[in-house]
Design a protein. Sequence first.
Length: 254
Amino acid sequence: MDLGLNGTRAIVTGGSRGIGRTIAETLIAEGGHVAICGRNEETLDATVASLGSRATGRVVDVSDHEALTAWVDASAEAMGGLDIVISNASALGGPPDTPDKWRTVFETDVLSTVSLVDAATPHLEASGIGSIVQLGTITAVEYHGYPGGTRSYGALKAALLNYTSQLAFELGPKKIRANSVSPGPIYIADGSWGFIETAAPDYFGENVEHHPQQRLGTPEEVARVVAFLASPAASWVTGDNVVVDGGFTRRHAF
């Protein structure tokens, strides 16, 4: 299937590693141009170099809303417009689930997304095929707590599901779609589940055993869904939340 991504222009927050990096790789493989941001300059520079000539990057802490807005506008200008926004940056979950952690997740996950969308909307409207994809988590739709607390992560990612659904209705007349993708446990050696494998091997093993396929997912399995939803091939899909977990959750999606 031709996704229609050739020549499209995308931005990916938290795109220097993990799922964000794999999304950027997937969009570029489909012929797109991608601007990524991340907090670590060394990691960001290495990622941009590996992505090739159709990638650019800037060090941005997404909780710095002024810097985030400036990066969105600069990226759109450099690429000659903007068609796709992937909101991927996150403070992630894990203990201790203190009030300060709630504030950090709120600033990094929720308010940064609001600033990102506000800055990108005029560019997406000019595109005519504008698409927003919010990266979430199954923790927003079903309890899946790491020992020690992930309440802030799940609750505030759930808020973003609601926000993204509202965007679909409000931005639809501007020809901008908005969807969420909620991954289940995804194994990345230097990511959360790589850490859990070492720090809490029993908990890690329980999750693998609990999974119908007896394994965790891969970043590529998430990125392919994101690329489809972001593409013109998904032109009639908006306001949805696609759970990408290989059947891990036990809910019924009627």
